[in-house]
Design a binder for this molecule. Structure first.
Ligand code: VGL
Length: 194
């Protein structure tokens, strides 16, 4: 059975200067690159996701109605619009070290990597089954949204799941704390470092 590192949404818009910046995002991107240089051989696959929202569309309520402010809980400023600079991997993430790429959130909230597909339209769940992935370590942005949703889904799909918190950044401290409790309750192993 295989082991994978899931690198969630380390994108320009989720880091400092981006449309939905998470504090520490750019530093997390650098730390993930360093971690990969040291530890890539511990994984059979490195799989990265990107939020890839549909332009000129509310993406199933992920973006507020025009003229309404986002609440930063269920609605968000426009971010990670497909094919735009904000949707690219952050430059501090060494994308050469990624084996497989997943896009999610096309017309949808897409918080979980399980909502995503490869460029050949294989679902993430199909990919996990085909590659016989049994264990995943999860890193990336945001701890309290896409890392949480992806980890909890992976656990509910029967995988062994660890989240490495020093390689994550969150939207807010309070929701990150709540997300860690939720992940632990779901049976995810939450560890500070690998
Ligand atoms: C995310 C909020 C809104 C994430 C995406 O990648 O965690 N958070 N959309």
């Amino acid at each position: 059975m295989a082991r994978a590192l899931l690198v969630i949404d380390v994108q320009v818009d989720f880091c400092e200067g981006g449309a939905l910046a998470c504090e520490g995002g750019a530093a997390v991107a650098s730390r993930i690159s360093n971690y990969l240089r040291e530890s890539k051989s511990n994984y059979d696959y490195v799989i990265a996701s990107r939020d890839w929202h549909t332009p000129n569309d509310r993406n199933s309520g992920h973006f507020p109605e025009p003229g309404i402010a986002p609440d930063y809980v269920k609605t968000w400023p426009l971010h990670c619009i497909a094919e735009t600079a904000g949707a690219e991997y952050h430059p501090n993430l060494d994308a050469e070290l990624i084996d497989l790429h997943i896009k999610k959130g096309q017309g949808a909230n897409g918080y979980s990597i399980f909502d995503g597909v490869t460029d050949s339209n294989e679902t993430f769940a199909q990919l996990v089954a085909r590659l016989e992935i049994a264990s995943v370590d999860v890193v990336g942005i945001a701890t309290d949204y896409c890392v949480r949703a992806s980890s909890v889904d992976a656990k509910s799909q029967g995988l062994n799941v660890r989240v490495i918190t020093s390689l994550t950044a969150g939207v807010s401290a309070s929701s990150t704390e709540a997300a860690i409790d939720e992940m632990v309750d779901a049976g995810v192993l939450v560890v500070p470092t690998a």
